[in-house]
Design a protein around this ligand. Sequence first.
Ligand SMILES: [Zn+2]
Length: 72
Amino acid sequence: MTDTTYTPEVEAPNVPLMPLGDLIPYAILTALLATMLFYFVGAEEGATSVFPGMTLHEWVHDARHLLGFPCH
Ligand SMILES: [Zn+2]
C-alpha cells in the first residue's frame, strides 16, 4: 500500500460572461410569467375568474393550499 496523495489538476470551466444589461429582457419575461402564474394560482376563482368553470382551479388546487390562499 502506497501512501500517495493524488490531487488532479482541476481547471474551472471557461464560462462566457454576459453583461448585466443583457439580462433585463429575461428578467422582465420571468417576472411577467411568474406574475401570471401567481395570478392563476391565487386569484383565478370567483369574481376575478378569467376562464369560466373550475378546470383551471382544479389544476392549481394543491398549489393554492401550498401557498396558503383561501380555497374552501
Ligand atoms: Zn382547496
